[in-house]
Design a protein around this ligand. Structure first.
Ligand code: AMP
Length: 381
């Protein structure tokens, strides 16, 4: 067990690292952050920040030696240097887990091999025949880059010969995955924690609404039958166990029109769809992450009150494409007693950039959703 007073290391200095650091410090830990970019959101709450590339084996080793355990907030980290630091300190999740989850092809092959429900797909190697893969899956389908994709970046929907030709041009030479387009009734996610002791606890299922491929709202508890929620939790827990994961795993799922669940993506880290837990759960996902990697007893992830989390993208800033975007009037959120505002301290707002979020809790999910939507409309006005 790694006790409070020890130093925890986090690879990646974005908002997830920042909120991990805040939770770790509340429990009395020290926090070291490793991030290539200067002035990252997590550095503001870190006891020490290592600013160096992920390929810098020397800096990574110095970072690792300064920490009792290292974890990630970001999965697009080259695996080779991580394997090197795994011998210097505890590293959770294991680099092998990251290797599966950071590449769509490996992730999908793994889900298929292990027998977990997933969206049918075809593989295209670099320079391979994308058009043939699209024809084998059929339209509509979605073409995604195999490496380093997130938030809909590097993906394109194909519906006919014109969009097929456009995808062939856009993905020329890239490794890709072609997936059947899923006509889902909703998108769900489950965040499960697995501790170094093998204990697992899953957060209640979140219902996620995306706008332009980026998470817009998360509603908890999800508006799905209890049996579906139980199946989603069982699936996520089984995946975490099969991966031998220590830390947090977010499992994104599609719920089909006939009630069937299919895994879309895995992320071995805290997840945007778990931010509601800071204000709406008995234990936040960030505290749970700390507990899991330190081998502490896991906290109760239960819902305190139905919650709706709304992402705040740079789009809500005034003139977000201009030279000096202006932040909106935050009193619109702050005046509401049931709303909590979280800003990530990012200096520059850009369209599509996650700048913060707010969570509204309520006596019912409908009440929280109504208030969240009203606040968002006023911010957008
Ligand atoms: P991803 O980066 O794979 O999580 O995709 C981002 C979002 O795009 C998902 O949350 C879905 O809203 C949408 N999407 C991705 N793949 C598919 C698919 N095969 N069928 C339908 N929608 C999809």
């Amino acid at each position: 067990m790694i006790l409070p007073g020890s130093t925890l290391g986090v690879l990646g200095g974005g908002q997830l690292g920042r909120m991990f650091g805040q939770a770790a410090q509340s429990l009395g830990y020290r926090v070291h952050v490793y991030e290539p970019a200067a002035d990252c959101p997590a550095s503001a709450v870190a006891n020490r920040t290592f600013t160096a590339p992920y390929e810098d084996a020397e800096q990574l080793a110095a970072f690792a030696r300064s920490c009792a355990v290292v974890t990630y907030e970001f999965e697009n980290i080259p695996v080779a240097p991580l394997q090197a630091i795994a011998g210097l300190t505890q590293l959770h999740p294991r680099p092998e887990v990251l290797e599966v989850c950071q590449n769509r092809l490996r992730e999908k092959r793994w889900l298929k091999r292990e027998g977990f429900p997933h969206v049918p797909f075809a593989e295209v190697e670099a320079g391979g025949d994308l058009a043939a893969a699209i024809r084998s899956i059929g339209v509509p389908c979605v073409v995604k880059t195999a490496d380093f994709g997130y938030d809909g970046k590097g993906q394109q929907k194909v519906t006919d010969e014109t969009t097929l030709a456009a995808a062939v041009r856009a993905f020329a030479g890239a490794r890709a995955v072609v997936e059947r387009y899923v006509d889902f009734s909703c998108e769900l996610s489950v965040i499960v924690a697995r501790s170094a002791t093998g204990e697992t606890r899953a957060f209640p299922v979140a219902e996620n609404i995306h706008t332009r491929h980026i998470l817009d709202l998360s509603l908890v508890p999800a508006r799905v039958p209890d049996a579906v929620a139980a199946e989603a939790v069982a699936l996520a827990t089984a995946i975490a166990e099969r991966l031998g994961l220590v830390g947090l795993l977010a499992v994104e799922l599609f719920l089909g029109r006939q009630g069937q669940l299919q895994v879309n993506e895995l992320a071995p880290r805290p997840h945007n769809s778990g931010h509601w837990s800071i204000d709406g759960a008995r234990t936040s996902q960030f505290e749970q992450h700390v507990r899991a990697v330190c081998g502490l007893p896991l906290g109760d992830p239960g819902v305190r009150e139905p919650s709706v989390m709304v992402n705040l993208l740079g789009d809500v800033w005034r003139d977000p494409t201009g030279p000096a975007p202006q932040s909106p009037d935050w009193s619109v959120v702050l005046r509401q007693p049931r709303a909590k505002l979280h800003l990530y301290g990012k200096a520059t707002a850009r369209v599509g950039r996650k700048m913060g979020h707010f969570t509204v809790v309520g006596p019912t999910l409908d009440a929280a959703l109504g208030e969240a939507r009203a606040i968002k409309t006023r911010l957008d006005a």
